[in-house]
Design a protein around this ligand. Structure first.
Ligand code: AHR
Length: 509
């Protein structure tokens, strides 16, 4: 008898275990700021030098004023709304005046954070602005607080943003740039709890207030000042900052969270077990709890929702590729990273009321890069393709989603298999992005679309047989988006068969 009951119980549970999503197309209220799709490029390893920048005397790799044309073309297609620079930890050792003027006269700098290499400062403020202009991206400058001064940062703002006569705008003109660049986004230090000075939040809050006071007077445009934010779930950091910084001095507050299994044993980027994969996804999906935790505090101190949460560093972090400089953080990029990116971007979309910027670390050749280079060759990583597929969400109105997901279970631990976000663009098209992190099983999903009528659906998919699959310089297009037809639209019900290990973006009209 007991056996019969258990049998029917299991049957009942499995019949009812279903992936269901409700999307309310008429309840969209908040914009998905395109800056959620931002990137981060530090003077680290081969991100800037031998990455973006090959120098204007390079005759082998086609470039425009030293910046690689192939990378710019790929990133323009993917769309980079905002680019954070020059660090990271490097930012708090960087003195911007060393990177302007004739290149032959610029002093060198030893990159003490990353590999101890000597840099010639040939990529400085003008080159970064040129890169942003070529990409069509907004610059986000992370200023030096740790080893810098209020005066140094205020002068940098005057150099980039002051229109009219002043010592720094005159210097800018002497260096060949007449008009200001009008840089809006300024980070006031980076990880000031760590490599940016090992400060206590109380101390940093006061330092922040001083810097934030003297920057705006040097600018033509209204600045968006971003405070150096917490490490992951250090909610006390955010609480102390917001308790002590008047709201008229702050436009954004950062937070950094990397999906790392174990800082002492990060594991290979390509050769990993299902258990390691699962742990990476556990860490990646913690992002929702972290973002929620900081938002709760922000809602307490800023009920008007004025201050933005900027997740200005995020991504997967593994061991470097064998044989490469450990200080250069060069790692390959697999379908694991595509799933990580898709699920994380869904979180940012869904919390776009407060999350108004995020910057994936780091664009080229470092950590979860979207482009990898080898001499004159480049490859676009699975993460690149997710970013490109998701760009339909840029500045669209977020549609609230209610997801009921079956579980993906490994060693008795479970995560939701399905993640989802949706938006409506200015032409009325609805886009739904779906991720199936389950690498063993396809999932059938029923989407109930409320508050709209649709008659046409198209889709794109990124998938591969194994989660370890990746693009290589020998096989650069193993993973790339394809058309997706695994759905049936019947009135307002959309039935989807979402393959294992896949990211899908649907377009409905
Ligand atoms: O992205 C690499 C490093 O990670 C950055 O320099 C630092 O801000 C963070 O700890």
């Amino acid at each position: 008898m007991q056996r019969v009951i258990i049998f029917f119980l299991i049957l009942f549970v499995s019949l009812n275990a279903q992936n269901k999503i409700v999307i309310n197309a008429d309840l969209g209220k908040y914009k998905i700021d395109k800056n959620i799709y931002g990137h981060f490029s530090e003077h680290l390893g081969r991100c800037i030098y031998d990455g973006f920048y090959v120098g204007d005397t390079n005759k082998i790799i086609p470039n425009t004023r030293g910046i690689r044309n192939d990378i710019v073309k790929a990133l323009r297609k993917m769309k980079v709304p905002v680019l954070r620079w020059p660090g990271g930890c490097f930012a708090d050792t960087y003195h911007w005046k060393d990177g302007i003027g004739p290149r032959s006269e610029r002093p060198t700098i030893v990159n003490t954070w990353w590999g101890g290499v000597t840099e010639d400062n040939s990529f400085g403020t003008h080159e970064f602005m040129d890169l942003c202009e070529q990409l069509g991206a907004e610059p986000y400058i992370s200023g030096n607080v740790g080893s810098g001064t209020v005066r140094e940062m205020a002068e940098w703002v005057q150099y980039t943003n002051f229109d009219g006569r002043s010592p720094m705008s005159d210097l800018r003109k002497k260096n060949g740039r007449e008009k200001p660049w009008n840089v809006k986004y300024w980070g006031i230090g980076n990880e000031t709890w760590g490599c940016g000075g090992h400060m206590r939040p109380e101390y940093y809050a006061d330092i922040y207030r001083a810097f934030a006071t003297y920057l705006p007077g040097n600018s033509n445009v209204k600045l968006f000042r971003i405070a150096s934010g917490a490490a992951g779930d250090d909610y006390n950091w955010t609480e102390v900052l917001l308790k002590n910084i008047p709201l008229n001095l702050i436009e954004g507050i950062g937070v950094h969270h990397y999906a790392v299994i174990d800082w002492n044993a990060k594991g290979s980027a390509t050769d990993f077990t299902e258990e390691q994969y699962f742990k990476t996804m556990q860490q990646a999906l913690r992002m929702e709890k972290i973002v929620k935790g900081h938002i709760n505090i922000m809602d307490k101190y800023d009920p008007q929702n004025r201050v933005a949460l900027a997740v200005d560093e995020w991504g997967g972090w593994y061991d470097v590729e064998p044989g490469t400089n450990p200080g250069f953080l060069y790692q390959q990029n697999t379908m694991r990273d595509a799933l990580l990116a898709g699920a994380t971007l869904n979180i940012f979309n869904n919390y776009c009321r407060r999350v108004k910027m995020a910057n994936l670390a780091q664009t080229v050749n470092v950590l979860q890069a979207v482009v990898l280079t080898k001499e004159e060759k480049i490859i676009l990583t699975p993460t690149y393709h997710v970013m490109e597929m998701y760009n339909v969400h840029h500045d669209a109105t977020m549609l609230p989603v209610d997801v009921t997901s079956e579980k993906y279970t490994v060693d008795g631990k479970s995560l939701d298999a399905i993640s989802c976000s949706a938006s409506k663009d200015e032409n009325g098209k609805i886009h739904i992005s779906l991720v199936n992190i389950d690498i063993n099983k396809k999932h059938n999903i029923v989407i109930d679309l409320r508050g709209t009528e649709v008659s046409k659906c198209t889709g794109r998919i990124l998938t591969s047989e194994k989660v370890q699959d990746h693009n290589t310089f020998e096989n650069p297009e193993k993973i790339k988006p394809a058309a997706f037809n695994g759905f049936k639209l019947n009135g307002n019900k959309l039935r989807i068969e979402l393959p294992a290990t896949s990211v899908v973006v649907l377009e409905l009209e």
